[in-house]
Design a protein. Sequence first.
Length: 308
Amino acid sequence: MLPEEIHDIAAALGREVVAARTLAGGFSHETCLLTLAEGPPVVARLGGPDPAVEAAVMATARRYAPVPHVLLVLPATGGGRPAMVLEHVPGTLLSHVLAEDGAGLGALGSEVGRVVAGIGAATFDRPGFFSGQNLTVRPERPWSKQLPEMAETCMAATPPSRLAPATREGWVELCAAHAPALVSVDDHARLVHADINPKNLLVTLARDGWRVDAVLDWEFSYVGCPYGDAANMLRFGADYPPAFLDGFRTAFAEHQPDDLPVAEDWAYLGRVLDMFALSDLVTRPVGHPVADQAAEQIRQWVARGVPD
């Protein structure tokens, strides 16, 4: 974080910043914990596509899930990057808890599944992507029509060393084969976080059990089918304790909004929706660790001939 960025944020807050420490963050932004001369610390996120829209999404999502308060948004700082300043929420990253493989992870999975399902209770008038701080939703072609085309475009843009030509061709064919299944969810118009994973949830083991303290990083959110969020959480599930996965799956299905009965094949539909994200992820530059994980997932699915 640059000194001029700290200066601009301090001026906007009207409080002196006495220390800044980098936190774990996403690949599209830098996240820092700022200690203030007065009052509790705050979190600054610098960069990202459009923090003003993200802040508006977070304000809406707070009615359905634990989401940090946004304190201010700066369109640009002295360093040229936009900034969002959030309240600091104590808690432990879910990724750290799962790495320890301790007791009670079935209950933790249940709590995470309940919270993720709750995000889908937020409804909009149509599926699509947000435009502007008033959260207008741009109309989109049905996901079932978009998937084959996106897969082909992304495979052409993937670094040559990441996926073999035969795998790329197989992935495009696999996406085209399963895209028609999305017809059943093309008209879902629910809030989708679109980056639900253990690095974006803060949790605490309280006296009465596990609690999700905050759902972080809403920059990729859109309006569509909530099954995609479940698939996002389960994408690299082979790395997570089985008890957590079982608890998550059961609770996500049980806590779907009352006006959205869960489809019997919700897990499969979620995986098909996740083909969008996997296709996009592998276009990242060489050395991107999550992109390499996504490439391995694609190889496995192509080898088996199913998104499983």
